[in-house]
Design a protein around this ligand. Sequence first.
Ligand code: ATP
Length: 334
Amino acid sequence: MALLDVRGLRTGYEGIPVVFGIDLSVDEGEVIALLGANGAGKTSTLRAVSGMIPLLDGDVTFDGASIRGRPAEDIARRGLVHVPEGRGIFPSLGVEETLRMAGAFGKVPKDDLEARLEETYATFPRLAERRRQQAGTLSGGEQQMLALARGLIWRPKLLMIDEMSQGLAPRIVADLFEIVAAFPERGVSVLLVEQFVGRALEVARRAYVLEKGEISFAGTAAKLAKDEDFVKGSYLGDVAVERLPEDRRRQRDAVAAVEEVAVHLPPALLRALYERAEREGVAAEDLIRDAVAGRLEPATKKPSGRARKTSASTKKASTNGRKKATAKTGRRRG
Ligand code: ATP
C-alpha cells in the first residue's frame, strides 16, 4: 500500500479550482518529483495534502488512513510534514532555538529532543557549527538547511519540500539534493516540487508533471529525463501566471504569510499571536518565542514596554504586511 495516496484531488481558492482531480502516490522509501510550469498547481497540491487549504473533491490517504479535512497540525503529527516555499525562517531566532521551538510545537518528548537535535546536526553539520547564530544571518543555503532540519526534527515519514533550490547557487543546490537523496535511508520518503528539473530527476524514482492543474505525465524519472525539451526547461514558464483580482491576491498573501512562519504551528494559535502582535505593535516572532518559553503574559489593553519601544516602526504592519513586519524587525535586530 502507498504511504501517500492522492485520488481525484480537486482544490483551489474560494471554491474556484486550480487543480482538477489529480491522482498521485508516494511509496515508502521513494523520492518523487512533482514538476510543472509556474502556476500549474504544484504548491496548491502540497497545501491541500498538508491540510492548509481544503479539498474541493477527492481523497488523501496517508499511512493507511484518510486525512481529508484533518487540521494541518494533526496531519504533520501523523508524520506528513510540509517544508513550504520561502523557508519560513524567523530572522532573529537562533538556529538551535528554531529547532527547539519546532520540537516543542511538534510535541517531541523532552527526553528525545537532544537525540533528535544531534541527529539533525549530523545531517547538517553546517547548522551544528552555527547553532548559536541568528537565522537571519545564515546564507540562503543554510536557511534552507534549517527549514529542512525543522521538518526532520519531527521524524516524519514523508517530507513534502516546495522549491528548496529557489534563489540558491547551483553548487549549494547540488549539496542539498545529495542530502535529500539520502533521506529514504533514514525512513523519510520525499515529495519534491522543483524547478531544477535535471537535478530532481536524478534523485527521484518517479515523477509527475502538472499542466494547468492536470497531470500530463506520470512515470519513471528516467523516462522523463529522456525528454530533452522538457529537461532543458523550454517547458517551464510556458504557462502564464494568471492575473489575480485584488481580493484573491490578498488571500494568497495571507496563505503565504502563514507558510512563512511555519506550517507546524497550529493556525488558530498563529492567528491569535499575529493579531496580538499587531494590536501591541510588537514583532510576532517575539510573542511566539515567549509563548514557547512559557513567558507569555496574558494580553492587556495597555501597550507593553516592548510595544512602546517598537510601535513606531511596526504600527504600519497590516495583516497583509506581516511578512514585511517580520523582515523589518529582523533587519533592525540583526
Ligand atoms: P509556482 O511555481 O509559480 O508557485 P505552482 O505550480 O506551485 O506555481 P500554484 O502556486 O499552486 O502553482 O498556483 C496555481 C494557481 O492557483 C495559479 O493560477 C495561482 O495564481 C493560483 N493561486 C495560488 N495561490 C493562490 C491563493 N492563495 N489565492 C488565489 N489563487 C491562488
